[in-house]
Design a protein around this ligand. Sequence first.
Ligand SMILES: [Zn+2]
Ligand SMILES: [Zn+2]
Length: 182
Amino acid sequence: MIGAILEVGMLVDVVPVGDVPARVKREASAGLRAVYDCDVTVHEPQPIPDGAFDANRNQYRAEDFIELASRIGSGEKNIAVTPKDLFYRKRNYVFGLAYLDGNGSVVSTYRLQTSSDGGFSERNSEDIFDDRVRKEIVHEIGHTFGLEHCDNKRCVMNFSPTVREVDMKEQNLCGTCQRQIL
Ligand SMILES: [Zn+2]
Ligand SMILES: [Zn+2]
């Protein structure tokens, strides 16, 4: 099991921002527990941060959600989860964002709901959505542990610009990434 920098009893707090379904909270918690062997709590729901909305883009600033998670989260690491569509700088959208070695991060489920699965499976769209949520949560928290993007397309730390890449990767860290946080 992954260990040393992930101290025993380390806590990750999931911070729902906006109207987050119970299903999403459950998948987020399960994904984190399975990969990092950490404790997970789910914070009480928070309103969308004031000023996070950009009217020109009709999207929300990802940094504001990270700041909120850092500020109110009760874990060593904290991750905001929101149904709102997020952007970061010049990028058209982001599935999530985290600062390397930071204590806050965010995942948006907005663009993970795309029904297309790229033809990878016959599974129903709810199961595919659940997988995507877990992968993106595990990915962003990985950045807070200092992991950068990984070239291994199966590794959860692979960069996924579209849901196609998300669907291709697995929910786990590859061996190389695991050793980095041992
Ligand atoms: Zn990333
Ligand atoms: Zn990797």
